[in-house]
Ligand binder design. Structure first.
Ligand SMILES: Cc1cc2nc3c(=O)[nH]c(=O)nc-3n(C[C@H](O)[C@H](O)[C@H](O)COP(=O)(O)OP(=O)(O)OC[C@H]3O[C@@H](n4cnc5c(N)ncnc54)[C@H](O)[C@@H]3O)c2cc1C
Ligand SMILES: NC(=O)C1=CN([C@@H]2O[C@H](COP(=O)(O)OP(=O)(O)OC[C@H]3O[C@@H](n4cnc5c(N)ncnc54)[C@H](OP(=O)(O)O)[C@@H]3O)[C@@H](O)[C@H]2O)C=CC1
Ligand SMILES: O=C(O)C(=O)Cc1c[nH]c2ccccc12
Length: 433
């Protein structure tokens, strides 16, 4: 925490800091909706509104659009669903893009998207507080800028687009300070280049953990992966077709359980019995599991082969850390140079949005289940909290824009036709009957 002390120390001598602290917030009245977050979800809502002739204001805490993709992802990242499942409304991917666009291509697409719909977010402003003012019937949205300057935006409509991945999750483990080696979350991992020749423990076996292990192997590091629970691993493609696309197609005719059986048989043929390598599968099939718990199956891009060959070792949960040493739950001890936490992310909505109804205080997701989580009361909306990736965000965005356009009284015609298109993707149906 020394870094914080240093900043505080500098601020104490900074006349600008004192000036800012005493200054009342700047007040700005926004005629249209305020959208918090300039990721794919926020951009999609702004674009849909723009298409209907509605101006909006996007507020973003970082210095660029799609900060998750630009600043917090590793170099080798590609979309892991085929591109047709990752498009935002009103603008497709260029035809020359490959089936699985690279992160650079995806960012390029988003930059062009923002330009096309003339979306110019207010960067470097973090929304710290948003609350409905019952007296005036408006939302008051407070932001803090880079120099701690405060602004209060006043608006009729407020759209939360801060995402499912707003903050990194890092578990507290005994002895973390004592460990002494490099400890970081995957959002700070760029490439295995930094770890060549090192023994690295990757904690967590979601898509991030599995891909980081492969990347470490490719850079001649020695990774081990902590797998504390069951996990579904599927091949990314089956007979040259994407597993995701194929599953969606099969789901048009077959019940989810049957498609799951098919996926498990094919995975067994292609990948072998993953339990033999320490990766037990959940009892529920992969699609049902995703639909019920939101847990995405791992789409294997080569890590499993590295696990089979012994290049990636599978370890049980961690008990505690000591100097450059990890003690596992089975009592075994091993030395490591670095630990990378691939332990996922969480929403930050409860930290800034003060309202009692729409969002759960526990997990920061809308309380109403998919597909109804997008709409709250008094002009409040949520986009991108469906656990259904960019496709889910696109669906929310269309509905929100349509609803705002007709002032909450509309029949949702245009959104309904888009819904129908998206609903031909069967996982986009509600998980509750
Ligand atoms: C590594 C990775 C790979 C993925 N790959 C895919 C994929 O291939 N296909 C797919 O469909 N989905 C994928 N996803 C799912 C992912 O959720 C989406 O890709 C997408 O980025 C979600 O967009 P979003 O706008 O909802 O959230 P984000 O992209 O996280 O954007 C939210 C924005 O809000 C800003 N923000 C947060 N809090 C505040 C605040 N208080 N004030 C102001 N601004 C704030 C953030 O800085 C951020 O820029 C992936 C996710 C990860 C982590
Ligand atoms: N386009 C692409 O190729 C990629 C897409 N993604 C997507 O990004 C999102 C985030 O993925 P990811 O970062 O992998 O996060 P996830 O939340 O998907 O996975 C986190 C993993 O960490 C494990 N974990 C959590 N806490 C601990 C702990 N204390 N000890 C051991 N293990 C722990 C979880 O296990 P448990 O199940 O036991 O809780 C789980 O396996 C997902 O939607 C994913 O699909 C990510 C990477 C690449
Ligand atoms: O990368 C992710 O986790 C996503 O959210 C995309 C995604 C994975 N599996 C899905 C099933 C339905 C819709 C989106 C996804």
């Amino acid at each position: 925490m020394d870094c914080f002390r240093e900043i505080e120390g500098k601020q104490a001598h900074d006349p600008l800091f004192h000036k800012m602290m005493n200054r009342p917030p700047r007040r700005v009245s926004v005629p249209g909706p305020v959208i918090v977050g300039a990721g794919p979800s926020g951009l999609a809502v702004a674009a849909c509104l723009r298409e209907k002739g509605f101006p909006s204001l996007v507020i973003e805490r970082s210095s660029c659009i799609a900060s998750l993709w630009q600043l917090k992802t590793y170099d080798r990242l590609r979309l892991h669903l085929p591109k047709q499942f990752c498009e935002l409304p009103h603008m497709g991917f260029p035809s020359e893009f490959p089936t699985y666009p690279t992160k650079e291509q995806f960012i390029d697409y988003l930059e062009k998207y923002a330009r096309k719909f003339e979306i110019r977010p207010r960067f470097n402003e973090t929304v710290s507080h948003a609350e409905y003012d019952e007296v005036s019937g408006i939302w008051r949205v407070k932001t803090v800028g880079k120099r701690l300057e405060e602004t209060e935006y006043m608006c009729r409509w407020l759209v939360a687009a801060t995402g499912e991945n707003a903050e990194a999750v890092v578990p507290e483990i005994d002895g973390m300070v004592e460990f002494g080696g490099d400890i970081r979350h995957t959002s700070y991992y760029k490439s295995g280049k930094e770890f060549t020749g090192k023994k690295v423990l990757v904690v967590g076996c979601g898509n991030s953990g599995m891909e980081v292990c492969l990347d470490l192997c490719n850079h001649n590091a020695s990774p081990s992966i902590v797998v504390r629970d069951t996990v579904h691993v599927l091949p990314r493609e089956i007979l040259g077709k994407s597993t995701f696309g194929l599953s969606m197609w099969l789901l048009k005719w077959l019940p989810m359980r049957l498609v799951d059986r098919f996926l498990l048989v094919v995975s067994r043929l292609m990948l072998g019995d993953t339990a033999r390598f320490g990766l037990d599968r959940p009892e529920m099939g992969p699609l049902e599991h995703k639909n019920r718990f939101g847990k995405t199956p791992v789409l294997d891009v080569g890590t499993l082969a590295k696990i089979k060959s012994g290049d990636v070792k599978v370890c049980p949960g961690i008990k505690k850390l000591k100097r450059h040493t990890v003690e596992f739950l089975d009592g075994k001890m091993e030395n490591f140079d670095a630990i990378i936490f691939a332990t996922g992310y969480k929403s930050n909505v409860p930290s800034w949005l003060k309202e009692g109804d729409m969002f759960s205080e526990e997990d920061g997701f809308p309380k109403r289940p998919f597909p109804d989580g997008w709409k709250g009361e008094r002009g409040l909306y949520a986009v991108g909290f469906t656990k259904r990736g960019i496709l889910g965000a696109s669906m929310d965005a269309k509905r929100i824009a349509e609803h705002i356009k007709c002032n909450g009284r509309c029949g949702n015609e245009e959104a309904a036709s888009y819904d129908q298109h998206l609903r031909s993707v069967p996982l986009m149906k509600s998980s509750s009957p």
